[in-house]
Design a binder for this molecule. Structure first.
Ligand code: 5GP
Ligand code: ZN
Length: 114
């Protein structure tokens, strides 16, 4: 999608600190990190929200989680722990409508999801 920020990052039309890329996903630093480690894992194809996920996307979403796991290990936070978050639509605070998983860690995280 032309006017989608994360499609533009995926196509390298917008700068981002990309730390991992393969055929299907890219991982980059969140511009406003909420913790010492805050990465975003996104698919290269445009899917606006989790509500738009279809049966065909099951493998891709699994690949996003598997990628997060590998990145967490590489960054040294796998054993202490980390959080993976996907916000869907307004009530969850989604502001970029191209699905993404937040990988957050590097410190003890509190839990106030509401
Ligand atoms: P959401 O609230 O949609 O789940 O999260 C969107 C995330 O994208 C936020 O954590 C925000 O800081 C991040 N973000 C927004 N604009 C940019 C940008 O231009 N570059 C990067 N790297 N992250 C962004
Ligand atoms: Zn997009």
């Amino acid at each position: 999608m032309d006017n989608c920020l994360f499609c533009q990052i995926a196509k390298k039309e917008m700068p981002a600190n990309i730390i991992y890329e393969d055929d299907d996903v890219i991982v980059f630093d969140d511009i406003h990190p909420k913790a010492p480690i805050h990465k975003l894992i996104i698919p290269k194809i445009h899917i606006a929200t989790i509500n738009d996920m279809t049966h065909e996307h099951k493998e891709l979403l699994g690949h996003m989680i598997h990628t997060a796991k590998k990145i967490a290990k590489k960054l040294g936070i796998a054993d202490n722990g980390y959080r993976l978050i996907m916000n869907c639509n307004t009530d969850a605070g989604q502001v970029v409508f191209h699905i993404h998983a937040h990988l957050i860690g590097g410190r003890s995280l509190d839990w106030h999801p509401g």
